[in-house]
Design a protein around this ligand. Structure first.
Ligand code: GLU
Length: 503
């Protein structure tokens, strides 16, 4: 058997370090067994998937030094590798399940489903909706069908009993069927859900081992049942421990930058970041901390993955990166630094903002130094301004940060729309309102437009700097955040309304 593994990201946001972590372990496993590693794009959620996100994922994984044997950009025998291009394939498989009686068309309306869920909740029952809850009497099905009512296709699942799923790291895992709902396989628009597309593709693409995050354990019974229904050999499953923040909570961008692009922008070496991801839950047989990708691959053993939640800690990553930097000779350092600092596309995007404002080249660094730095060097005094006291300063920055966190398409118009609307809501003049953001982002207001700076720096770096500014100002503790969130809700709703009318 040739080992074939895959990573299957959904292109719905910035390329996440968690995606790179899972990709790395799939790649290492495939390479160690002389097998193949496939990249598949799971873009069945058409509302949230974007081509920019897909491109950013491919670019980021490549930047980290990973490559795949098959994928949307390199082709292969099992394509297409983008699920949105495989729609007809899934339709055939759904029909097979319907024909064999393993799935049913479900004409239940959203109101009916809500009512059933409320009833279950009130009775203290599990929230899973089972086929017995959902399947309508034959005459009612016929009536709704004749009306042309919309339907989804759901899989039949056992009402009770135990499902045992084998996991390469955990051994047999027992899951209770009563907790598993009659999963939707095909939505009313004819698009498959993750569960169906994922299982069908893994089979058709000859995947032998699925290494993925532990958040998918609860989906495993459905997947196993689908393999049974189709009569296919089950893949080997391996659920990796989730990456965690230093406080052990699940790694999330609200606490930690999670985009691979942020780490690039911060000036980490890709080799060091890859090395660090390799340290997440795994260690070299001799426990050494610094190792190359190929060293990892030649010593790889999935059994050495430990299940304790691996902590992704920026301080530790900085230390590891420093080891990589120290090893460069002066020429190597100079070349790598220049590549990082003066990336052509980035520099070119910046020039139109700089050129009209300078008289000599030596004016450039004071104006644009914040594009070559990480967190800005700040003290509370840096923020002093007539329009703010301590309290209103923190409120402006925290609300601003929450607004920035809501942005999905990061561009200058979107940033401007939200921050201007927020200034209006807080009844602060826009010019004054932006002052603390200038300080947070650039360390000074004597620079290019702070909105342009944020657009150019990208979401993770911008949010990280605002977060850093809030820390410098003493931070927002849990209690205070709760209170702020309460006040913020109304403001945020008003801003959303305003943005909707403006659009
Ligand atoms: N598309 C899923 C994700 O974004 C893939 C999960 C899996 O590997 O099965 O994580």
């Amino acid at each position: 058997m040739t080992v074939r593994t895959r990573v299957a990201p959904s292109p719905t946001g910035d390329p996440h370090v968690g995606t790179a972590y899972i990709a790395l372990f799939n790649l290492a496993f495939a390479r160690q067994h002389g097998g193949q590693f496939i990249l598949r794009i799971e873009d069945t959620d058409q509302q949230r998937s974007t081509p920019e996100s897909e491109q950013a994922i491919l670019d980021s994984l490549r930047w980290l030094g990973m490559s795949w044997d098959e994928g949307p950009d390199v082709g292969g025998e099992h394509g297409p590798y983008r699920q949105s291009e495989r729609r007809e394939i899934y339709g055939d498989y759904v029909q097979q399940l319907l024909d064999k009686g393993h799935a049913f068309k479900c004409y239940r309306t959203a109101e009916e489903l809500d009512a059933m869920r409320n009833e279950r909740q009130a009775a203290g029952n599990s929230m899973a909706l089972k086929p017995s809850d959902l399947i309508l009497p034959d005459d009612e099905i016929a009536r709704r069908e004749a009306e042309g009512a919309p339907y989804v296709v759901r899989m039949k699942v056992p009402e009770e009993g135990v499902c045992v799923v084998d996991d390469m790291l955990r051994g047999p895992i027992e899951l209770d069927w009563s907790q598993v709902d009659a999963q939707i396989l095909m939505k009313s628009d004819g698009m498959p859900t993750y569960h169906l597309a994922n299982v069908v593709d893994d089979h058709l693409m000859g995947i032998t081992h699925v290494i993925r995050g532990e958040e998918w354990i609860s989906s495993a019974p459905k997947h196993k049942l689908l393999y049974d229904y189709f009569g296919w050999d089950m893949v080997h499953l391996c659920h990796m421990p989730l990456l965690r923040n230093p406080d052990k909570s699940k790694l999330s961008k609200r606490k930690n930058p999670t985009s691979i692009m942020f780490y690039e922008r911060m000036g980490f070496m890709p080799e060091a970041l890859l090395n660090y991801l390799g340290r997440m839950g795994w260690s070299m047989p001799d426990e050494r901390e610094k190792f190359t990708r190929d060293e990892m691959f030649s010593h790889f053993d999935i059994k050495r993955v430990s299940l304790g939640g691996p902590v992704f800690d920026m301080e530790k990553l900085r230390w590891l990166n420093s080891l990589w930097l120290r090893e460069l000779d002066a020429e190597g350092f100079a070349a790598k630094y220049a590549d990082w600092a003066f990336k052509p596309e980035r520099t070119l995007a910046l020039i139109p903002h700089i050129q009209p404002r300078v008289e000599t080249f030596s004016d450039v660094a004071p104006l644009a130094g914040h594009f070559l730095s990480g967190m800005t060097d700040l003290t509370p005094a840096s923020f002093e301004h007539k329009a703010f006291d301590e309290e209103s300063l923190l409120t402006a920055l925290q609300y601003g940060l929450w607004q920035l966190e809501e942005i999905r398409h990061w561009d200058v118009e979107e940033i401007k729309g939200r921050l201007f609307a927020l200034a209006g809501q807080l009844d602060i003049k826009v010019r004054d309102f932006l002052y603390p953001f200038f300080i947070a982002i650039a360390g000074t207001s004597a620079t290019i437009s702070v909105l342009d700076s944020m657009a150019l720096l990208g979401p993770d770096m911008s949010r990280a700097r605002v977060r850093h500014a809030i820390q410098v100002l003493g931070g927002v503790g849990k209690k205070k955040a709760k209170k702020m969130e309460k006040d913020y809700r109304a403001i945020s709703a008003a801003i959303q309304e305003q943005l909707n009318t403006d659009a």
